[in-house]
Design a protein around this ligand. Sequence first.
Ligand SMILES: Cc1ncc(COP(=O)(O)O)c(C=O)c1O
Length: 425
Amino acid sequence: MTTTPNTDRLAAERDKWVAAPVVGRPFFVERAEGARIWDVDGREFLDFVGGIGVANHGHGHPDVIAAIKEQLDSYLHQCFSLHSYEPYVDVCRLLTECHPGDFEKKGFLANAGAEAVENAVKIARHFTKRDGIIVLDNAFHGRTALTMTMTAKMVYKIGLGPATPEIYRAPGPYEFRGITSDDAIDGLHRLFANQIDPSNVAAIVYEPVQGEGGFIPMPQDYPLRIQEIAAEHDILVIVDEVQAGMGRTGTPSAIEHYGATPELMTWAKSMGGGMPISGVTGRADIMDSVHKGGLGGTYGGNPLSCAAAKVAITQVLDPDFQDAAKALGARMRSRLDGLAERTSLIGEVRGLGPMLGIELVDADGNPNGAATAAVVSEAFDKGLILMGAGVDGNVIRVLVPLVATEADIEEGMQILEQCLENANA
Ligand SMILES: Cc1ncc(COP(=O)(O)O)c(C=O)c1O
């Protein structure tokens, strides 16, 4: 049996000093590169999670590191609303290039995904002079007071304080569980009839591929239907690309697979190439509508993060990067589809491009969270980092760095297949 003296020592320290809610399995990183992580006891792992979708460009991309080092020698913090600096402007320009739609756009930077969503909601409320916000079942938008209300899963909010007002939940399409676009749109109309008049709704917020909720891509017709309904009532659409954006589905935004052109979009995770940064992009007149001082924050768009984000977003906009990501997704998808045919534990393999989810079910087709936990745990013992998702915790999410080599993918897939087969036995 492998001994892990350094991990054991650090885990004891961690459990003494770090608040329990944020503590995971005993695993301490020493070094990370590309799609691999080495721990403090010399164990090597393949990373199919990427710090939850932050490592689309791989760990420690050399161009990202070089840009950070260069910025480091010039200046660190400034606070953009006091002293402007060019990297912030560049990131806003690049981010707006990721936002589909033939209209003038502007951007605004913050630190984390939840903060981007909070700000998009504030902008939508200010512009429309309405308060109502509609979110979907299975949504995940963050853990702040506002965004935990917008998030669907109870673990993120139970006992953590009162819900913020004026958040309404509509059904989210989930075809594998029998909820179609028609059902979801019917539900939205019922919401309008029973709970909030559309004239009081500022925005509808949704993820093009629901992440934490179970890697559930919206059906092909849903975004344009929502856009049409929203336009009819002067409601804005906010598309949350925090997890699905930045090349995760093979394109800069996931929403461009659907041809929709939302007024506002939120970004984070891989946009910083590993550095903390987030952003809101949107129609210029909407973004400009908030009074001075109404948006901002001390740290938003930190210069080091902007330097990293410039490299990360530029790469995502490169067609070669996108083609490689799409090819990687297609390769993994065909292997997983093959496995699903011979493994009754797999209810569905789904996703868009390389953003892939594997929903595990029991003999009756019900969510199988226990098998999912067993696969994640066995994979870890075999050197593959995986993570679950879904309101019932029964979906394995694949967020492998998009720069993973053929050898990385082959090794990881073999472990994943073996663990799924073992759990199926
Ligand atoms: C779609 C989506 N929105 C918002 C968030 C919140 O981002 P953060 O954890 O950076 O606040 C997440 C995080 O996983 C997410 O997946």
